[in-house]
Design a protein. Structure first.
Length: 421
């Protein structure tokens, strides 16, 4: 039987409705029109964005979004604001997350959801994740110098790491070439079907070839660990370059990097690929002064998600990813299109130019409610010295309204090139 998470509304104004998921997705509850389960605007028991549920069957994680009245799971209240505390003030605290189990009950006011999880053997009460780093990020914090042995490769030092894996410098024994070896740990059980699904997905990705896209040379797996030999870029990432030049990169350099990356991204969009995780860490450089930008990790995140191996990528995402995430990645998780990559690429260019993010994230504030509230800070409000034509292009690339944005990387690139010509 396939893994499935089902929410059945057993009481309240939405009684009788059923929401069922057999693959990775998000579920948003509240009074806002963009919620998947929307209460009436006059229903004061729920906040506009009350809670977010991320499902990756058989796993499901609930996150209260700084709601006024909190979210009750099996009678225990999670979240809720203090008297006279605004949603913005509440979101500056760590918002509670609950990993759900089969048979759990969720209640907000009069609305009650019954949780049914097929393929999940445990029927213990729901628990709250601890503060420790989850998944591979936590594992690597403990054992940063212990890569797996990879047949055919001499594995050297770690050169990078992120929420889904670590990257090592390696020599390919077959020809002595230097490669970047990415090691990813599945966040859920790896069965034969998941492995076959992943191998099928990654072979499609491997066919994506372009001078502005980092080439995937080889891949394989051992147990729950997957490895990928990729083209090595000696200049590191744009994030590395930004750390060497804090406060914003020069305009000509930022635009050149963006134009080069958008060239590769446009090629992928024309062939039906969506990256889903663009950020400075995923733009690599041929040298340490910013030359030869290339997009990396193309298709790896999606392939892991499609195979059900990625764990939680919205509620469990590392903060760096959330800062470059378009709003629709929370509200329409499975329907992402090239226009979503446009937002992330625009946010990356915005960050290169200013050292800041398009949204206003206050220190310690939970990113998810900020993303859902919407709204951006115009680029020239960060730095009025930037040219108006460039600012207009960047601002359009990061608007929340999808129809108002450039729809593909090709459109975005043409507009940006025109602004600096």
């Amino acid at each position: 039987m396939a893994d499935r998470v089902t929410l059945k509304v057993s009481a309240g104004p939405l009684a009788g409705r059923v929401f069922s998921y057999d693959r990775h997705d998000t579920f948003l509850f509240g009074r806002s029109p963009d919620c998947h389960a929307e209460l009436a605007a006059t229903d004061t028991t729920a906040s506009r964005h009350h809670f977010l549920l991320e499902v990756n069957p058989p796993h499901a994680r609930l996150r209260d979004l700084g709601s006024l009245n909190g979210t009750h799971v099996n009678g225990q209240k999670h979240g809720g604001r203090g008297r006279q505390e605004s949603p913005e003030e509440a979101s500056r605290r760590r918002l509670p997350e609950v990993d759900l189990r089969d048979g759990d009950q969720i209640r907000v006011g009069a609305t009650v959801f019954e949780v049914a999880i097929e393929g999940h053997r445990s029927t213990a009460p729901a628990d709250v994740p601890g503060d420790e780093e989850a998944g591979l990020e936590g594992l690597l914090a403990v054992r940063p110098a212990a890569p797996m042995e990879v047949p055919g490769y001499a594995v050297g030092r770690m050169i990078g790491r992120g929420g889904m894996g670590a990257v090592y410098l390696a020599k390919r024994q077959e020809d002595g070439s230097t490669v970047a070896l990415k090691v990813m740990l599945a966040q859920s059980e790896v069965d034969d079907a998941a492995r076959e699904n992943f191998q099928r997905e990654i072979e499609i990705t491997r066919s994506l070839r372009h001078p502005r896209i980092v080439s995937l040379i080889d891949h394989g797996s051992a147990g729950s660990t997957f490895y990928f030999a990729m083209e090595y870029c000696a200049g590191g990432s744009v994030a590395d370059l930004q750390r060497r030049q804090p406060g914003g990169l020069p305009l000509p350099l930022s635009v050149r990097i963006a134009l080069e990356a958008l060239e590769g991204l446009a090629h992928a969009h024309e062939r039906g690929f969506v990256h889903r995780d663009l950020k400075p860490e995923n733009l690599l450089l041929a040298d340490d002064v910013g030359g030869g930008a290339k997009v990396t990790d193309f298709g790896l995140a999606k392939s892991f998600q499609q195979a059900g191996l990625s764990g939680m990528t919205a509620t469990g995402a590392v903060a760096g990813t959330l800062y470059f995430m378009p709003r629709e990645q929370l509200t329409q998780f499975r329907l992402l299109k090239p226009v979503s990559d446009v937002w992330s690429m625009g946010a990356t260019l915005y960050h290169m130019l200013t050292g800041a993010y398009p949204r206003e994230f206050r220190p310690g504030e939970d990113p998810l409610p900020v993303i859902l509230r919407g709204g951006i800070v115009p680029l020239r409000a960060r730095d009025p010295r930037l040219p108006e034509r460039v600012a207009a292009v960047v601002d359009r690339s990061v608007v929340d309204a999808v129809p108002e944005r450039y729809q593909t990387a090709g459109e975005f690139r043409a507009a940006l090139a025109g602004a600096v010509s």
